[in-house]
Design a protein around this ligand. Structure first.
Ligand code: UD1
Length: 379
């Protein structure tokens, strides 16, 4: 690299929740005159519904490199991403590798870069559920340990990182790039009734009293047929009071089919294929409540002011509970029912928007990287 070459940031995406995070970053990096970016897609998610529509709707540039790894066990998927990323990285003259979130693609590419002495930038650093049974928790802890620049979304993240011995100078509180995308697209999405009409939803899902929105895909909730049956039984009961719209992640669809639970959901739960981002945003904005085990949806509902019931025992995003609209209930039917009824009766937590969730996180990140690159670019 010569001193006149721009500092190249190799950005990595792999799975659905990465796409909304990378979109504003690609735009912001493109606006920095001394930075250049390259986009690598690992192919962890490959279904059209899990991939193509996101690139189009979020106006993400086509990836420069597609590693096409597909699915596998954690070890196979992670190893395959590493094996395929390494030779590509050798060609890319990277100043740094930027990874987002906590999926297998995040740790795999961070590890390849770190071993090559290429600085790693982690966006959405420091979130902790303190539950090491979650694959994402392992990915988060390890990625942060080998990152040179760590960008955080909420106050607790810095405390977590400091406790793990990360140097305070590397940590930058910048806000939330996923919320950048939400605010950027909020006026572009259709209203929920239009989304539902477009999906041919029966009239009961489009009535005056509204609908609930459900997303479920965590291995801890869907892989074990006993847990999945307990959840679906409770949700079916509740759907008689408020119809529930349920876009299915491929993992969840497969698990419901394997456990023979699909037909037991009843007429008041509407299952759908995975939805494009704008349709999901339209439904989320118009829902009376959202039930989820996703991380990102806990944040999006907080930003939208829509009550969220989190079907997990913990959250790595505590700001959504302390400031936002989120209530973490786990999978106990009694707790799910009580929170559901409370929201129907009272409208649920109002919440407020967390600090710096203002639509400008990606710009702050790009500016910080540009400044940092001035002192860290190789001669
Ligand atoms: C991954 C992330 C999770 C994230 C989720 C969002 C990890 C460890 N997990 O979980 O944090 O919340 O993405 O969706 O990285 N499949 C398809 N088509 C696809 C992708 C997956 O059919 O395009 C099916 C395959 O059967 C695959 C299964 O879904 O085995 C699981 O996919 P995988 O990428 O391993 O993890 P996710 O459950 O999607």
């Amino acid at each position: 690299m010569t001193s006149t070459d721009p500092f190249r940031v190799v950005c990595v995406v792999g799975a659905r929740p990465n796409f909304m995070k990378i979109a504003p970053l690609m735009r912001a990096l493109a606006r920095e005159p001394h930075l250049a970016s390259t986009l690598v897609h690992t192919g962890q998610h490959y279904d059209e519904a899990m991939k193509a529509s996101f690139f189009d709707q979020l106006e993400i540039p086509r990836p420069d490199v597609d590693l096409e790894v597909g699915s596998g066990t954690h070890a196979v998927q992670t190893a395959e991403i590493m094996r395929r990323f390494e030779p590509e990285l050798d060609q890319l003259r990277a100043g740094a590798v930027l990874v987002v979130g906590d999926v297998n693609s995040t740790i795999a590419c961070a590890l390849v870069a770190a071993k090559k002495d290429i600085p790693v930038i982690h966006v959405e650093a420091g979130l902790r559920s303190y539950d090491r049974r979650m694959p994402e928790e392992i990915n988060r802890v390890l990625t942060d340990q080998i990152s040179d620049l760590l960008f955080t979304t909420e106050g607790d993240a810095k405390e977590n990182l400091l406790r793990e011995g990360i140097d305070a100078e590397r940590i930058h509180f910048v806000g939330n790039v996923m919320i950048d995308t939400l605010l950027h697209n909020r006026t572009r999405c259709r209203a929920a009734p239009d989304v539902l009409s477009g999906l041919d939803a029966p009239a009961r899902f489009r009535g005056e009293s509204g609908f609930g929105l459900l997303s479920l895909h965590r291995p801890s909730n869907v892989d074990d047929p006993v847990v999945l049956q307990r959840l679906t039984k409770t949700l079916r009961e509740l759907s008689s009071e408020l119809p529930i719209v349920f876009p299915l992640h491929p993992r969840t669809k497969a698990c419901l089919e394997a456990a023979g639970l699909g037909p037991t959901l009843g007429d008041s739960i509407l299952t759908l294929p995975p939805l494009p981002y704008l349709d999901m945003l339209g439904l989320m904005s118009g829902a009376r409540l959202v039930l989820t085990d996703s991380g990102g949806i806990q944040e999006e509902t907080t930003a939208l002011g829509v009550p969220c019931i989190t079907l997990r025992e913990n959250t790595e995003r505590p700001i959504t509970v302390t400031a936002g609209t989120n209530t973490v209930v786990g999978t106990d039917p009694g707790r799910i029912r009580a929170t559901f009824h409370d929201i129907l009766a009272t409208g649920g937590k109002r919440g407020h928007i967390p600090e710096l969730w203002d639509g400008h996180a990606a710009e702050r990140i790009a500016t910080t990287i540009a400044r940092w690159a001035e002192t860290h670019a190789s001669p």
